[in-house]
Ligand binder design. Structure first.
Ligand code: HMG
Length: 396
């Protein structure tokens, strides 16, 4: 019988905007008890992108950090996919800017993947299949998830905003996580739970309905996964979920473990061990849409890579609209040493707290950033400030 190739995530790096808002302060400004955001939603902070921190800048910063920290070279990349729902153009993909700014090979296939928060997973699983099929011919893939989650000020979604990028290096014999190639459970359905009409920066959402759509999709994808040969032979010691806000992961875990036959009490008790370590970074950054599941994975590996060596973990991705996928992988023994080198949470150390007034001012500036004059050819390009790539998409 044909052997299954060992393919998965070799390295991870993040980038986040400079500023964040403490949700306890936002709650006070909105006249809401802080406990609603902190324990009701399970979030502590939300990262806020300034107008010069667009999805291209965030993506390039994460990918640069990935290469610097992992020891990989852009010359090894044969496929680059950017998952985003915060595109900067209807036609030219964010990936084209990333390709240019990182000096990726001209022989590299590049494209952008859009399906709400599922776009990053669409990219990752396509990259895994590309390598497993033999098309990669020894090359690696770069998958970058980059997004800015914005809801209207004072809306119910406001405390679930966030921004950031997660870059993944995907290759054979990965050092972090070997994925179960070809073993995914998928669920898709046409639902209208969350959408961003063209030219809207802010998302529109039917909030409580979107929670139900997420849970229905989890049930469908998990059920499809459980039916696969051998999927449940070995337990999943941890599971990372798509995290629009921490409480959603808690609800998801309860739902999934009850499908496994646990009582609500036992399912909830298992949350602390099986899920909580993956929620530290999401609770400090917010929803990063396409990167959200991978931010949860980064959080888990950042704290527990050593004890998880050789252990199996589950991954659940949800994108509104909707498509969802449940899959699994095994943490590799080299992961702990590499995680120390990757310094996954390093970018959060330079962040600065914004007051609610400063956040509202940034949002007002951001709302008009795209209506400045179109770029001239001479004005397009990049400058590099202290090692930080800055994308100049407009003539400023
Ligand atoms: P809401 O209506 O303001 O909140 O919005 P709520 O009244 O439902 O309360 C939230 C929780 O806080 C509840 O707990 C309350 O009991 C609790 P739960 O019943 O859910 O366990 N609570 C308190 N707890 C402690 N102290 C208090 C207190 N008061 C209340 N004083 C909602 C919540 C999530 C709907 C809103 O934030 C929203 O619309 N968010 C955006 C949409 C979203 O994140 N949906 C998630 C599923 S869809 C998805 O994940 C896809 C997405 O990432 C997009 C994509 O795919 O591209 C969004």
């Amino acid at each position: 019988c044909k052997s299954v190739p060992d393919v998965g995530i070799d390295a991870i790096a993040l980038s986040v905007p400079r500023g964040y808002v403490e949700l306890s302060e936002l709650a006070e400004a909105r006249g809401v008890p802080p406990s609603k955001y902190l324990s009701g939603l399970g979030m502590r902070r939300m990262a806020i992108a300034a107008p010069d921190e667009d999805p291209v800048t965030l993506a390039v910063n994460a990918a640069r950090r990935l290469f610097e920290r992992s020891g990989a070279s852009p010359a090894e990349i044969g496929l680059c996919i950017v998952g985003t729902e915060t595109a900067v153009d209807h036609s030219k993909p964010v990936t084209a800017f990333v390709h240019g700014l990182l000096d990726l090979p001209s022989t590299c296939r590049i494209f952008e993947a859009k399906h709400a928060c599922f776009g990053g997973t669409a990219g990752l699983l396509s990259a895994v299949d590309w390598i497993a099929s033999g098309s990669a011919r020894g090359r690696a893939a770069l998958v970058v998830c980059t997004d800015i989650a914005r809801y209207p000020l004072r809306s119910a979604g406001e405390p679930t905003q966030g921004a950031g990028a997660v870059a993944l290096l995907v290759r054979e014999k990965p050092r972090l996580l070997s994925l179960d190639v070809g073993q995914t459970g998928t669920f898709a359905r046409d639902v209208h739970d969350f959408w961003r009409p063209l030219h809207h920066k802010e998302a529109l959402v039917d909030g409580h309905y979107s929670v139900q759509c997420y849970l229905d999709a989890l049930e469908g994808a998990y059920d499809a996964w459980r039916r696969l040969d051998g999927a449940t032979d070995e337990p999943l010691v941890r599971t990372c979920y798509h995290v629009p806000y921490g409480k959603m992961a808690r609800k998801a875990h309860r739902h999934r473990r009850m499908i496994d036959g646990l009582t609500e009490e036992v399912a909830d008790a298992s949350f602390v061990v099986e899920v909580e370590p993956s929620l530290d970074l999401p609770s400090r950054i917010g929803n990063v849409y396409t990167g959200s599941l991978y931010l949860a994975l980064a959080s888990l590996l950042n704290t527990q890579a050593r004890e998880l060596a050789g252990r199996r973990i589950g991954l659940f991705s949800y994108g509104s609209g909707c498509c969802a996928e449940f899959f699994a992988g095994r943490t590799n023994p080299e992961a702990a040493e590499l995680v120390t080198r990757l310094q996954i949470d390093g970018p959060l150390r330079d962040c600065q707290r914004l007051t609610v007034a400063e956040y509202e001012r940034l949002r007002a500036e951001d709302a008009v950033a795209d209506s400045r004059p179109a770029p001239t050819r001479a004005a397009e390009g990049t400058v590099n400030e202290g090692g930080r790539a800055v994308y100049l998409g407009v003539d400023s």
